[in-house]
Every structure is written in structure tokens, then in C-alpha cells.
Write a protein that binds this ligand. Structure first.
Ligand code: FES
Length: 109
């Protein structure tokens, strides 16, 4: 099973198992990574914002227009930002590194 590393807001690196076919948001939730995902993957928020390691960014399937539009609303947008609910784990993602953005717009508070 691919292993993915999340870099948490405090700089802690957390390596987790990422089942193929699950979204990065699912994987984060399953491992108690502090990410909100307010709309639960229906592309109606930007609280599943993740920053992809620059070396990995070009290796992921590009974001479609709907994801791009929603990403524009994310706080702390970077050139390698993606929405975690829109990326499904594939076998070739072993070693993928993702950072949590420093700031988030929390929809539930
Ligand atoms: S969880 Fe809302 S867009 Fe990803």
C-alpha cells in the first residue's frame, strides 16, 4: 500500500498508509490529520486544501476547472495547492508528501 507523508501545521511529519482509491481527504481523516473537509468532498468548500510537495505536483493528475475555481477561495493558496477530496490515491503515489496550509478558513466555527 502506498505511504503518504503529511506535514502538520506544527512541522510534525506523519507517514500514513494510503489505500488505493481513497481520496487524500479520506486518508487524512482516517489518520486524525487536522483537516476539515466541511463539504465532505462535494467540491463546495476549500477546507480540504493541501499543499503538494513541488517535486510531486507535476506527477498528479491536473486539477479540473471546478477544482481550480474552488481552490481560488482557499486561504494561503500556493502554486502547488490542491483540494484533498479531489485526488484519489493510486499505486504510484508511494512517498507523496503533502503539507497542511498554515491558515484555514474553518467553516464549522
Ligand atoms: S471537502 Fe469541500 S472541497 Fe474538498
Amino acid at each position: 500500500m502506498p505511504k503518504i507523508t503529511f506535514i502538520e501545521r506544527d512541522g510534525n511529519h506523519k507517514e500514513v498508509d494510503a489505500p488505493v482509491g481513497h481520496t487524500l481527504l479520506d486518508v487524512a481523516w482516517a489518520n486524525k490529520i487536522d483537516i476539515e473537509g466541511a463539504c465532505e468532498g462535494s467540491l463546495a468548500c476549500s477546507t480540504c486544501h493541501l499543499i503538494v510537495d513541488p517535486a510531486w505536483f507535476p506527477r498528479l493528475r491536473a486539477a479540473d476547472e471546478d477544482e481550480e475555481d474552488m481552490l481560488d477561495l482557499a486561504y494561503g493558496l500556493t502554486k502547488t495547492s490542491r483540494l484533498g477530496c479531489q485526488i484519489k490515491v493510486t499505486d504510484d503515489m508511494d512517498g507523496l508528501v503533502l503539507s497542511l496550509p498554515k491558515e484555514v478558513r474553518n467553516m464549522m466555527l
